[in-house]
Design a protein around this ligand. Structure first.
Ligand SMILES: Nc1ncnc2c1ncn2[C@@H]1O[C@H](COP(=O)(O)OP(=O)(O)O)[C@@H](O)[C@H]1O
Ligand SMILES: [Mg+2]
Length: 335
């Protein structure tokens, strides 16, 4: 069976005064039913652009090209506004960073949720069904909460309301773009755990986007690490976290806070420099300027993804199994 979401060679470019911007430079991703994929990378790496492409919500001036963007066997490329309306919310739901922007401050929660659900899944737009779903996402006294306005709820409660609303529409795929960034650390963990649990129960596909590799451990099945518009490392979550191969992933992992340390971030590893503005085509490894391991070979054109082991992909020439390693083998073998 084809994956639920199957993206090949997704490219996005945006004309700007400074030149053509390439926020996404040929990304491959797939998500199976019932699977959680985490897309991780610092701010500016193209994570949100990728999510926007999946939802048909790119900025007007953005140009998209791809070998394929298939959802449940159907291409999402070149859909009409009407076709998108049948997919967005109903089949692919989005959970944003700040639910305050998703809910209208002037209406009670119950009325808003009912309206959204009535639009996508009329059969679920019933006060009993809605209150039950709120209880399932851990909201106490759901009937009282439904009578309140968004500003009367904490950030964590609003996020639970958004998750409940998304689930009531019974989507096949949920895309959560930095869903917990605005919340404090303990609530972050609770919300992500909740999403992961509900996802396992409902076999919905889940894409969690975050700049924080530390929050995906224990919830993601697979991880795709993005840097400068490219996937630089991908694989099973245990493999990527336990044996990171790309210098960028290693750098991000150095930034994971120590368990038991409360609230404050203790930066163990720090990657000097910033994500480059994605202007123009690449002429070398994208991570070259910030890489502590860089060698002369890293300047020799853009780097392809290699597969050092099954299900694992790394975009680095210095990784065992990469082109430099192959060259070394060639050197020691007589011609
Ligand atoms: N509307 C836009 N117009 C021009 N450039 C944009 C726009 N939105 C984002 N970008 C640029 O695209 C790149 C990727 O952005 P984004 O996908 O938001 O990154 P992330 O979500 O990983 O932080 C960044 O360099 C950002 O500045
Ligand atoms: Mg973003």
């Amino acid at each position: 069976m084809a994956p639920l979401l199957d993206i090949r060679s997704l490219r996005i470019s945006i004309p700007t005064h400074g030149g053509l911007l390439h926020p996404v430079r040929g990304v491959d991703l797939s998500v199976e039913r019932g699977e959680t994929l985490a897309i991780v990378g610092e701010s500016g790496c193209g994570k949100s652009m990728t999510a926007q492409a999946i939802l048909g919500l790119l900025p007007r001036n953005a140009r998209l090209s791809a070998e394929r963007v298939d959802f449940d066997g159907t291409s999402l490329l070149n859909l009409s506004t009407r076709q998108w309306r049948k997919i967005r919310g109903r089949r692919i739901a989005m959970i944003f960073q700040d639910p305050m922007t998703a809910f209208d401050p002037c209406y009670r929660m119950g009325d808003q949720i009912a309206e959204i659900v009535r639009w996508h899944r009329p059969e679920s737009a019933n006060p009993r069904v809605i209150a039950d779903m709120l209880a399932r996402v851990g909201i106490a006294a759901p009937d009282d909460r439904l009578g309140q306005y968004p500003h009367q709820l904490s950030g964590g409660l609003r996020q639970r309301m958004m998750i409940a609303t998304a689930l009531l529409c019974r989507p096949d795929l949920i895309i959560a773009d930095e869903p917990t960034t605005a919340l404090d650390v303990t609530i972050q963990t609770q919300i992500l755990k909740l999403l992961a649990d509900l996802q396992k129960e409902t076999s919905v596909g889940l894409v969690v986007i975050t700049h924080d590799l530390g929050v995906v451990a224990g919830i993601a099945d697979r991880i795709a690490v993005m840097y400068g518009g490219e996937v630089v490392e991908a694989g099973a979550a245990d493999a990527v976290l336990g044996d990171p191969r790309h210098p960028y992933t290693r750098g991000l992992l150095g930034c994971i806070p120590t368990p038991g340390e409360t609230g404050r971030r203790k930066t163990l590893g720090y990657i000097p420099g910033v994500v480059p503005r994605p202007i123009g085509e690449l002429s070398a490894c994208n991570f070259l300027e910030r890489c502590a391991c860089a060698e002369a070979i890293c300047r020799e054109g853009p780097v392809a993804l290699i597969t050092p082991s099954e299900g694992r992909a790394v975009r680095c020439r210095l990784v065992e199994g990469g082109s430099r390693a192959q060259e070394r083998r060639r050197e020691v073998q007589p011609a």
